[in-house]
Design a protein around this ligand. Sequence first.
Ligand SMILES: Nc1ncnc2c1ncn2[C@@H]1O[C@H](COP(=O)(O)OP(=O)(O)OP(=O)(O)O)[C@@H](O)[C@H]1O
Ligand SMILES: [Mg+2]
Length: 478
Amino acid sequence: MAEELALNAPAKIQGMTPKEIVAELDKYIIGQDSAKRSVAVALRNRYRRNQLPDKMREEIHPKNILMMGPTGVGKTEIARRLAKLMDAPFIKVEATKFTEVGYVGRDVESIIRDLMEASMRVTKQKHMNEKRAVAEEIANEKIIEAIIPGNKKSSAPSGSNPFQFIMGGGRATYNKTTEKIEEKPEDSQTSLAREQVRQQLKDGLLEEQYVEIDVEEQPKENNLDVSQGGTIQLGSIFGDMPKRYKKKKMKVKDARRILTEQEAANLIDMDQVTSEAIENCEQNGIVFIDEIDKIASSSGIKAGIDVSREGVQRDILPIVEGSVVNTKYGPVKTDHVLFIGAGAFHVSKPTDLIPELQGRFPIRVELEPLTKHDFYRILTEPDNALLKQHKALFGTEGVNLTFTDDAVEEIASMAFMMNEHTENIGARRLHTIMEKLLEDISYQLPDVEDKNIVIDPKFVQDKFSETIKQDDVDRFIL
Ligand SMILES: Nc1ncnc2c1ncn2[C@@H]1O[C@H](COP(=O)(O)OP(=O)(O)OP(=O)(O)O)[C@@H](O)[C@H]1O
Ligand SMILES: [Mg+2]
Protein backbone atom coordinates (compact mmCIF):
# COMPACT_ATOMS: atom_id res chain seq x y z
CA MET A 1 0.00 0.00 0.00
CA ALA A 2 1.09 3.51 -0.58
CA GLU A 3 2.69 5.10 2.38
CA GLU A 4 1.32 8.55 2.76
CA LEU A 5 3.63 11.44 3.18
CA ALA A 6 3.60 13.56 6.26
CA LEU A 7 1.84 16.85 5.81
CA ASN A 8 3.90 18.58 8.40
CA ALA A 9 7.22 17.76 6.81
CA PRO A 10 10.10 18.97 8.98
CA ALA A 11 12.21 20.23 6.12
CA LYS A 12 11.75 21.13 2.51
CA ILE A 13 13.65 18.70 0.42
CA GLN A 14 13.12 20.54 -2.81
CA GLY A 15 15.83 23.10 -2.88
CA MET A 16 18.03 21.13 -0.53
CA THR A 17 21.48 20.44 -1.91
CA PRO A 18 22.61 16.83 -2.24
CA LYS A 19 24.84 17.32 0.79
CA GLU A 20 21.96 18.63 2.82
CA ILE A 21 19.77 15.71 1.83
CA VAL A 22 22.49 13.26 2.80
CA ALA A 23 22.97 15.07 6.10
CA GLU A 24 19.27 14.71 6.78
CA LEU A 25 19.34 10.98 5.99
CA ASP A 26 22.44 10.62 8.16
CA LYS A 27 20.32 11.43 11.16
CA TYR A 28 18.55 8.10 10.80
CA ILE A 29 20.59 5.81 8.61
CA ILE A 30 24.10 4.71 9.40
CA GLY A 31 26.51 4.23 6.51
CA GLN A 32 25.13 3.38 3.06
CA ASP A 33 26.76 6.52 1.72
CA SER A 34 26.60 5.63 -1.95
CA ALA A 35 22.87 4.90 -1.78
CA LYS A 36 22.23 8.16 0.01
CA ARG A 37 24.32 10.05 -2.50
CA SER A 38 22.58 8.57 -5.53
CA VAL A 39 19.19 9.35 -4.14
CA ALA A 40 20.26 12.86 -3.19
CA VAL A 41 21.69 13.55 -6.63
CA ALA A 42 18.58 12.21 -8.35
CA LEU A 43 16.41 14.48 -6.24
CA ARG A 44 18.60 17.48 -6.86
CA ASN A 45 18.49 16.77 -10.58
CA ARG A 46 14.74 17.22 -10.49
CA TYR A 47 15.29 20.59 -8.97
CA ARG A 48 18.00 21.51 -11.46
CA ARG A 49 15.80 20.44 -14.33
CA ASN A 50 12.98 22.60 -13.05
CA GLN A 51 15.16 25.66 -13.45
CA LEU A 52 15.52 25.07 -17.20
CA PRO A 53 13.36 26.45 -20.00
CA ASP A 54 10.35 24.28 -20.86
CA LYS A 55 11.73 22.99 -24.12
CA MET A 56 14.89 21.64 -22.60
CA ARG A 57 13.08 20.32 -19.56
CA GLU A 58 10.93 18.07 -21.68
CA GLU A 59 14.02 16.39 -23.07
CA ILE A 60 15.60 15.54 -19.75
CA HIS A 61 14.29 12.31 -18.33
CA PRO A 62 14.98 11.20 -14.80
CA LYS A 63 17.50 8.45 -14.24
CA ASN A 64 15.76 5.80 -12.24
CA ILE A 65 17.63 4.10 -9.43
CA LEU A 66 17.85 0.48 -8.39
CA MET A 67 18.95 -0.08 -4.80
CA MET A 68 20.29 -3.53 -4.10
CA GLY A 69 21.55 -4.99 -0.90
CA PRO A 70 21.08 -7.69 1.67
CA THR A 71 18.11 -7.75 3.93
CA GLY A 72 17.87 -5.35 6.84
CA VAL A 73 20.53 -2.87 5.82
CA GLY A 74 18.40 0.21 5.31
CA LYS A 75 16.76 0.13 1.88
CA THR A 76 13.23 0.59 3.08
CA GLU A 77 14.42 2.88 5.85
CA ILE A 78 15.88 5.27 3.28
CA ALA A 79 12.54 5.37 1.48
CA ARG A 80 10.68 5.90 4.71
CA ARG A 81 12.88 8.81 5.70
CA LEU A 82 12.62 10.35 2.25
CA ALA A 83 8.86 10.14 2.47
CA LYS A 84 8.95 12.14 5.66
CA LEU A 85 11.17 14.77 4.16
CA MET A 86 9.47 15.09 0.88
CA ASP A 87 7.39 18.03 -0.13
CA ALA A 88 7.14 16.58 -3.60
CA PRO A 89 4.49 13.98 -4.43
CA PHE A 90 5.98 10.75 -3.14
CA ILE A 91 4.65 7.27 -2.63
CA LYS A 92 6.16 3.99 -1.61
CA VAL A 93 4.64 0.82 -2.94
CA GLU A 94 5.48 -2.84 -2.64
CA ALA A 95 5.89 -4.58 -5.95
CA THR A 96 4.42 -7.76 -4.52
CA LYS A 97 1.07 -6.05 -4.00
CA PHE A 98 0.47 -5.85 -7.71
CA THR A 99 -0.76 -8.43 -10.09
CA GLU A 100 -0.89 -8.77 -13.80
CA VAL A 101 -3.86 -7.25 -15.61
CA GLY A 102 -6.73 -9.67 -15.56
CA TYR A 103 -5.80 -11.15 -12.20
CA VAL A 104 -7.29 -10.26 -8.87
CA GLY A 105 -5.28 -7.59 -7.09
CA ARG A 106 -4.17 -4.04 -7.56
CA ASP A 107 -3.37 -2.97 -11.07
CA VAL A 108 -0.14 -1.09 -11.55
CA GLU A 109 -1.88 2.04 -12.80
CA SER A 110 -3.11 2.55 -9.27
CA ILE A 111 0.50 3.51 -8.45
CA ILE A 112 0.07 6.64 -10.53
CA ARG A 113 -3.42 7.28 -9.23
CA ASP A 114 -2.04 7.14 -5.69
CA LEU A 115 0.83 9.39 -6.66
CA MET A 116 -1.70 11.83 -8.04
CA GLU A 117 -3.60 11.73 -4.76
CA ALA A 118 -0.35 12.51 -2.96
CA SER A 119 0.19 15.37 -5.34
CA MET A 120 -3.28 16.72 -4.68
CA ARG A 121 -2.49 16.70 -0.98
CA VAL A 122 0.81 18.54 -1.18
CA THR A 123 -0.43 21.00 -3.76
CA LYS A 124 -3.62 21.73 -1.82
CA GLN A 125 -1.61 22.16 1.35
CA LYS A 126 0.64 24.65 -0.35
CA HIS A 127 -2.31 26.69 -1.58
CA MET A 128 -4.02 26.54 1.78
CA ASN A 129 -0.88 27.73 3.52
CA GLU A 130 -0.88 30.75 1.27
CA LYS A 131 -4.43 31.55 2.33
CA ARG A 132 -3.86 30.84 5.99
CA ALA A 133 -3.58 34.45 7.17
CA VAL A 134 -6.78 35.55 5.46
CA ALA A 135 -8.56 32.40 6.56
CA GLU A 136 -7.61 33.02 10.15
CA GLU A 137 -9.05 36.51 9.99
CA ILE A 138 -12.33 35.13 8.70
CA ALA A 139 -12.24 32.44 11.35
CA ASN A 140 -11.88 35.06 14.07
CA GLU A 141 -14.84 36.96 12.64
CA LYS A 142 -16.90 33.79 12.70
CA ILE A 143 -16.01 33.25 16.30
CA ILE A 144 -17.08 36.79 17.12
CA GLU A 145 -20.28 36.15 15.19
CA ALA A 146 -20.83 33.02 17.26
CA ILE A 147 -20.28 34.93 20.49
CA ILE A 148 -22.40 37.92 19.53
CA PRO A 149 -24.73 37.10 16.69
CA GLY A 150 -25.32 39.91 14.21
CA ASN A 151 -28.62 41.61 13.52
CA LYS A 152 -29.87 38.84 11.36
CA LYS A 153 -29.63 36.53 14.27
CA SER A 154 -30.43 39.01 17.05
CA SER A 155 -33.97 37.68 17.09
CA ALA A 156 -32.60 34.70 18.95
CA PRO A 157 -34.04 34.47 22.43
CA SER A 158 -31.91 36.42 24.82
CA GLY A 159 -31.68 33.53 27.22
CA SER A 160 -29.61 31.58 24.73
CA ASN A 161 -27.37 34.47 23.88
CA PRO A 162 -24.01 32.76 23.37
CA PHE A 163 -22.25 35.89 24.48
CA GLN A 164 -23.86 35.55 27.84
CA PHE A 165 -23.04 31.90 27.83
CA ILE A 166 -19.44 32.48 27.11
CA MET A 167 -18.96 35.23 29.58
CA GLY A 168 -20.94 33.28 32.11
CA GLY A 169 -20.93 35.89 34.87
CA GLY A 170 -17.42 36.98 34.13
CA ARG A 171 -16.25 40.55 34.03
CA ALA A 172 -18.51 43.32 35.08
CA THR A 173 -18.04 45.29 31.90
CA TYR A 174 -19.31 42.43 29.87
CA ASN A 175 -22.31 41.93 32.02
CA LYS A 176 -23.17 45.50 31.52
CA THR A 177 -22.83 45.25 27.79
CA THR A 178 -24.82 42.10 27.70
CA GLU A 179 -27.65 43.65 29.56
CA LYS A 180 -27.71 46.53 27.18
CA ILE A 181 -27.83 44.22 24.22
CA GLU A 182 -30.70 42.38 25.71
CA GLU A 183 -32.62 45.55 26.40
CA LYS A 184 -31.96 47.26 23.15
CA PRO A 185 -30.38 45.16 20.41
CA GLU A 186 -29.18 48.13 18.41
CA ASP A 187 -26.54 48.04 15.72
CA SER A 188 -24.19 50.36 17.50
CA GLN A 189 -24.43 48.37 20.71
CA THR A 190 -23.76 45.12 18.92
CA SER A 191 -20.80 46.45 17.04
CA LEU A 192 -19.40 47.97 20.20
CA ALA A 193 -19.67 44.64 22.00
CA ARG A 194 -18.15 42.89 19.05
CA GLU A 195 -15.29 45.32 19.01
CA GLN A 196 -14.60 44.46 22.62
CA VAL A 197 -14.73 40.75 21.95
CA ARG A 198 -12.44 41.26 18.98
CA GLN A 199 -9.94 42.91 21.26
CA GLN A 200 -10.29 40.17 23.86
CA LEU A 201 -9.69 37.57 21.17
CA LYS A 202 -6.63 39.41 19.99
CA ASP A 203 -5.30 39.54 23.51
CA GLY A 204 -5.84 35.81 23.80
CA LEU A 205 -8.21 36.15 26.75
CA LEU A 206 -10.94 33.93 25.35
CA GLU A 207 -8.93 30.91 24.25
CA GLU A 208 -10.35 28.57 26.87
CA GLN A 209 -13.95 29.75 26.52
CA TYR A 210 -16.50 27.64 24.71
CA VAL A 211 -18.28 28.62 21.50
CA GLU A 212 -20.61 26.85 19.18
CA ILE A 213 -19.55 26.81 15.56
CA ASP A 214 -20.56 25.15 12.32
CA VAL A 215 -18.18 22.35 11.57
CA GLU A 216 -18.08 20.56 8.26
CA GLU A 217 -19.05 16.98 8.70
CA GLN A 218 -16.25 14.67 7.76
CA PRO A 219 -16.80 11.41 5.96
CA LYS A 220 -16.36 8.63 8.50
CA GLU A 221 -13.08 7.18 7.30
CA ASN A 222 -11.18 10.47 7.31
CA ASN A 223 -11.92 11.89 10.68
CA LEU A 224 -10.60 15.24 11.59
CA ASP A 225 -8.50 14.96 14.66
CA VAL A 226 -8.44 18.12 16.67
CA SER A 227 -6.32 16.78 19.45
CA GLN A 228 -3.36 16.00 17.26
CA GLY A 229 -1.95 19.48 16.84
CA GLY A 230 -4.26 20.42 14.02
CA THR A 231 -3.28 17.77 11.54
CA ILE A 232 -6.20 17.54 9.27
CA GLN A 233 -6.86 14.95 6.67
CA LEU A 234 -7.05 17.22 3.69
CA GLY A 235 -8.58 14.62 1.47
CA SER A 236 -11.66 14.78 3.61
CA ILE A 237 -12.15 18.50 3.27
CA PHE A 238 -12.57 18.25 -0.44
CA GLY A 239 -14.68 15.16 -0.63
CA ASP A 240 -16.93 14.79 -3.59
CA MET A 241 -20.01 14.89 -1.45
CA PRO A 242 -21.86 18.13 -0.82
CA LYS A 243 -20.70 19.76 2.38
CA ARG A 244 -22.75 19.24 5.47
CA TYR A 245 -22.40 21.27 8.60
CA LYS A 246 -22.98 20.37 12.17
CA LYS A 247 -23.04 22.62 15.21
CA LYS A 248 -20.32 21.82 17.66
CA LYS A 249 -19.33 23.32 20.96
CA MET A 250 -15.64 23.71 21.57
CA LYS A 251 -12.96 25.95 22.98
CA VAL A 252 -12.18 29.12 21.07
CA LYS A 253 -8.63 27.95 20.35
CA ASP A 254 -9.89 24.75 18.75
CA ALA A 255 -12.66 26.54 16.92
CA ARG A 256 -10.13 28.90 15.40
CA ARG A 257 -8.00 26.07 14.15
CA ILE A 258 -10.90 24.23 12.58
CA LEU A 259 -12.51 27.31 11.07
CA THR A 260 -9.18 28.48 9.66
CA GLU A 261 -8.72 25.14 7.99
CA GLN A 262 -12.27 25.22 6.64
CA GLU A 263 -11.99 28.76 5.39
CA ALA A 264 -8.60 28.16 3.78
CA ALA A 265 -10.17 25.25 1.96
CA ASN A 266 -13.01 27.47 0.78
CA LEU A 267 -10.67 30.19 -0.38
CA ILE A 268 -8.58 28.11 -2.71
CA ASP A 269 -9.47 27.60 -6.31
CA MET A 270 -9.80 23.86 -6.74
CA ASP A 271 -9.54 23.97 -10.51
CA GLN A 272 -6.24 25.68 -10.20
CA VAL A 273 -5.09 23.29 -7.50
CA THR A 274 -6.01 20.33 -9.66
CA SER A 275 -4.16 21.51 -12.72
CA GLU A 276 -1.13 22.42 -10.65
CA ALA A 277 -1.28 19.06 -8.90
CA ILE A 278 -1.21 17.25 -12.23
CA GLU A 279 1.79 19.29 -13.27
CA ASN A 280 3.44 18.64 -9.90
CA CYS A 281 2.78 14.93 -10.18
CA GLU A 282 4.17 14.71 -13.69
CA GLN A 283 7.24 16.84 -13.08
CA ASN A 284 8.20 16.11 -9.48
CA GLY A 285 6.55 12.81 -8.62
CA ILE A 286 8.64 10.06 -7.08
CA VAL A 287 7.62 6.43 -6.82
CA PHE A 288 9.55 4.09 -4.58
CA ILE A 289 8.99 0.47 -5.58
CA ASP A 290 10.09 -1.76 -2.74
CA GLU A 291 10.65 -5.51 -2.99
CA ILE A 292 11.15 -5.21 -6.72
CA ASP A 293 13.31 -8.33 -6.62
CA LYS A 294 10.24 -10.32 -5.67
CA ILE A 295 8.72 -9.81 -9.09
CA ALA A 296 11.88 -10.93 -10.86
CA SER A 297 11.89 -14.57 -11.87
CA SER A 298 14.77 -16.46 -10.34
CA SER A 299 16.98 -17.75 -13.12
CA GLY A 300 16.02 -20.97 -14.77
CA ILE A 301 12.63 -21.53 -13.22
CA LYS A 302 9.93 -20.18 -15.48
CA ALA A 303 6.59 -21.59 -14.58
CA GLY A 304 3.46 -20.88 -12.60
CA ILE A 305 3.97 -17.91 -10.39
CA ASP A 306 6.87 -16.65 -12.49
CA VAL A 307 4.59 -16.09 -15.42
CA SER A 308 2.53 -13.76 -13.29
CA ARG A 309 5.62 -11.98 -11.96
CA GLU A 310 6.78 -11.32 -15.47
CA GLY A 311 3.31 -10.08 -16.24
CA VAL A 312 3.59 -7.51 -13.46
CA GLN A 313 6.91 -6.37 -14.86
CA ARG A 314 5.35 -6.01 -18.30
CA ASP A 315 2.55 -3.98 -16.78
CA ILE A 316 4.96 -1.74 -14.89
CA LEU A 317 7.09 -1.13 -17.93
CA PRO A 318 4.87 1.38 -19.76
CA ILE A 319 4.49 3.41 -16.60
CA VAL A 320 8.23 3.55 -16.06
CA GLU A 321 8.89 4.20 -19.73
CA GLY A 322 6.35 6.97 -19.90
CA SER A 323 2.67 6.67 -20.65
CA VAL A 324 -0.57 8.38 -19.79
CA VAL A 325 -2.65 7.14 -16.87
CA ASN A 326 -6.20 8.29 -16.36
CA THR A 327 -6.98 9.48 -12.89
CA LYS A 328 -10.10 11.04 -11.49
CA TYR A 329 -8.37 14.41 -11.77
CA GLY A 330 -7.47 13.93 -15.40
CA PRO A 331 -4.80 12.20 -17.46
CA VAL A 332 -1.30 12.08 -15.94
CA LYS A 333 1.83 11.62 -18.02
CA THR A 334 4.51 9.50 -16.37
CA ASP A 335 7.51 10.36 -18.55
CA HIS A 336 9.22 12.45 -15.89
CA VAL A 337 8.23 10.59 -12.76
CA LEU A 338 11.26 9.32 -10.88
CA PHE A 339 11.24 5.65 -9.94
CA ILE A 340 13.43 4.15 -7.26
CA GLY A 341 13.39 0.38 -7.11
CA ALA A 342 14.75 -1.54 -4.16
CA GLY A 343 15.25 -5.16 -3.35
CA ALA A 344 17.51 -7.62 -1.61
CA PHE A 345 18.12 -9.57 -4.82
CA HIS A 346 19.55 -12.53 -2.99
CA VAL A 347 17.41 -15.11 -4.74
CA SER A 348 16.96 -13.31 -8.00
CA LYS A 349 19.34 -10.84 -9.60
CA PRO A 350 18.67 -7.58 -11.41
CA THR A 351 19.39 -9.48 -14.61
CA ASP A 352 16.36 -11.65 -13.85
CA LEU A 353 14.16 -8.66 -14.52
CA ILE A 354 12.93 -8.41 -18.06
CA PRO A 355 15.59 -6.57 -20.08
CA GLU A 356 13.36 -3.63 -20.95
CA LEU A 357 12.75 -2.96 -17.28
CA GLN A 358 16.41 -3.40 -16.36
CA GLY A 359 17.25 -0.76 -18.93
CA ARG A 360 14.89 1.66 -17.25
CA PHE A 361 16.87 1.59 -14.01
CA PRO A 362 20.26 2.77 -15.21
CA ILE A 363 21.61 3.78 -11.82
CA ARG A 364 22.50 0.85 -9.62
CA VAL A 365 23.55 1.28 -6.05
CA GLU A 366 24.62 -1.46 -3.75
CA LEU A 367 23.98 -1.21 -0.07
CA GLU A 368 26.71 -2.63 2.06
CA PRO A 369 26.32 -5.39 4.62
CA LEU A 370 26.51 -3.85 8.07
CA THR A 371 29.63 -4.23 10.18
CA LYS A 372 29.97 -4.60 13.91
CA HIS A 373 30.86 -0.96 14.15
CA ASP A 374 27.75 -0.02 12.15
CA PHE A 375 25.67 -1.95 14.67
CA TYR A 376 27.26 -0.01 17.49
CA ARG A 377 26.39 3.23 15.74
CA ILE A 378 22.84 2.13 14.87
CA LEU A 379 22.28 1.35 18.53
CA THR A 380 23.43 4.73 19.71
CA GLU A 381 23.53 7.44 17.05
CA PRO A 382 20.31 7.93 15.06
CA ASP A 383 17.73 10.35 16.42
CA ASN A 384 15.48 7.37 17.05
CA ALA A 385 18.26 4.96 18.06
CA LEU A 386 17.16 1.73 19.73
CA LEU A 387 18.93 2.46 23.00
CA LYS A 388 17.33 5.89 23.20
CA GLN A 389 13.94 4.31 22.61
CA HIS A 390 14.33 1.72 25.34
CA LYS A 391 15.70 4.32 27.71
CA ALA A 392 12.68 6.51 27.09
CA LEU A 393 10.27 3.60 27.55
CA PHE A 394 11.86 2.68 30.87
CA GLY A 395 11.79 6.34 31.81
CA THR A 396 7.99 6.28 31.76
CA GLU A 397 8.21 3.80 34.65
CA GLY A 398 10.50 6.09 36.58
CA VAL A 399 13.50 3.92 35.86
CA ASN A 400 16.80 5.20 34.60
CA LEU A 401 18.22 2.69 32.16
CA THR A 402 21.83 3.06 31.12
CA PHE A 403 24.19 0.99 29.04
CA THR A 404 27.91 1.06 29.63
CA ASP A 405 29.90 1.65 26.52
CA ASP A 406 31.41 -1.83 26.51
CA ALA A 407 27.95 -3.32 26.96
CA VAL A 408 26.91 -1.64 23.74
CA GLU A 409 30.03 -3.06 22.10
CA GLU A 410 29.03 -6.45 23.40
CA ILE A 411 25.50 -6.18 21.99
CA ALA A 412 26.93 -5.15 18.64
CA SER A 413 29.32 -8.10 18.53
CA MET A 414 26.58 -10.43 19.62
CA ALA A 415 24.36 -9.23 16.79
CA PHE A 416 27.14 -9.52 14.31
CA MET A 417 28.06 -13.00 15.46
CA MET A 418 24.52 -14.26 15.33
CA ASN A 419 24.10 -12.91 11.83
CA GLU A 420 27.25 -14.75 10.81
CA HIS A 421 26.31 -18.02 12.41
CA THR A 422 22.70 -18.18 11.49
CA GLU A 423 20.70 -16.17 9.04
CA ASN A 424 21.91 -12.67 8.26
CA ILE A 425 18.98 -10.40 8.92
CA GLY A 426 20.99 -7.21 9.14
CA ALA A 427 20.02 -4.55 11.64
CA ARG A 428 16.79 -6.36 12.41
CA ARG A 429 18.97 -8.58 14.58
CA LEU A 430 19.44 -5.67 16.94
CA HIS A 431 15.72 -5.49 17.56
CA THR A 432 15.49 -9.17 18.52
CA ILE A 433 18.57 -8.94 20.74
CA MET A 434 17.35 -5.87 22.55
CA GLU A 435 13.99 -7.46 23.20
CA LYS A 436 15.58 -10.59 24.55
CA LEU A 437 18.04 -8.61 26.62
CA LEU A 438 15.46 -6.50 28.35
CA GLU A 439 12.44 -8.79 28.45
CA ASP A 440 12.92 -9.89 32.07
CA ILE A 441 13.56 -6.45 33.51
CA SER A 442 10.80 -5.05 31.40
CA TYR A 443 8.45 -7.57 32.94
CA GLN A 444 9.47 -6.60 36.48
CA LEU A 445 8.83 -2.90 35.98
CA PRO A 446 7.93 -0.81 37.80
CA ASP A 447 8.50 -3.05 40.85
CA VAL A 448 12.24 -2.70 41.16
CA GLU A 449 14.05 -1.38 44.18
CA ASP A 450 16.96 0.20 42.42
CA LYS A 451 15.59 2.70 39.95
CA ASN A 452 18.98 2.91 38.27
CA ILE A 453 19.49 -0.04 35.99
CA VAL A 454 22.91 -0.35 34.44
CA ILE A 455 23.49 -2.82 31.66
CA ASP A 456 27.13 -3.96 31.60
CA PRO A 457 28.90 -6.49 29.37
CA LYS A 458 28.47 -9.23 31.94
CA PHE A 459 24.72 -8.76 31.90
CA VAL A 460 24.72 -9.10 28.13
CA GLN A 461 26.94 -12.17 28.19
CA ASP A 462 24.92 -13.87 30.90
CA LYS A 463 21.75 -13.30 29.02
CA PHE A 464 23.07 -14.95 25.92
CA SER A 465 25.67 -17.37 27.23
CA GLU A 466 23.28 -20.27 27.45
CA THR A 467 21.90 -19.68 24.02
CA ILE A 468 25.32 -19.41 22.54
CA LYS A 469 26.76 -22.40 24.35
CA GLN A 470 23.98 -24.63 23.25
CA ASP A 471 24.36 -23.29 19.78
CA ASP A 472 20.69 -22.71 20.01
CA VAL A 473 20.73 -19.25 18.62
CA ASP A 474 17.85 -20.11 16.33
CA ARG A 475 15.49 -20.08 19.22
CA PHE A 476 14.94 -16.39 19.09
CA ILE A 477 15.43 -15.73 15.47
CA LEU A 478 12.84 -13.64 13.72
N1 LIG B 1 21.98 1.51 7.96
C1 LIG B 1 21.06 1.54 8.91
N2 LIG B 1 21.03 2.53 9.83
C2 LIG B 1 20.09 2.54 10.80
N3 LIG B 1 19.12 1.65 10.93
C3 LIG B 1 19.09 0.63 10.05
C4 LIG B 1 20.03 0.55 9.00
N4 LIG B 1 19.76 -0.54 8.27
C5 LIG B 1 18.68 -1.08 8.82
N5 LIG B 1 18.27 -0.38 9.90
C6 LIG B 1 17.11 -0.71 10.74
O1 LIG B 1 16.82 -2.10 10.56
C7 LIG B 1 15.45 -2.32 10.27
C8 LIG B 1 15.28 -2.95 8.91
O2 LIG B 1 15.77 -2.12 7.90
P1 LIG B 1 15.06 -1.93 6.48
O3 LIG B 1 13.60 -2.09 6.62
O4 LIG B 1 15.55 -0.69 5.86
O5 LIG B 1 15.63 -3.19 5.71
P2 LIG B 1 15.70 -3.45 4.15
O6 LIG B 1 17.06 -3.09 3.69
O7 LIG B 1 14.57 -2.79 3.48
O8 LIG B 1 15.55 -5.03 4.13
P3 LIG B 1 14.64 -6.01 3.22
O9 LIG B 1 15.44 -6.34 2.03
O10 LIG B 1 14.44 -7.20 4.10
O11 LIG B 1 13.38 -5.30 2.91
C9 LIG B 1 14.78 -0.98 10.38
O12 LIG B 1 14.22 -0.88 11.66
C10 LIG B 1 15.90 0.03 10.25
O13 LIG B 1 15.65 1.15 11.02
MG1 LIG C 1 12.72 -3.51 2.81
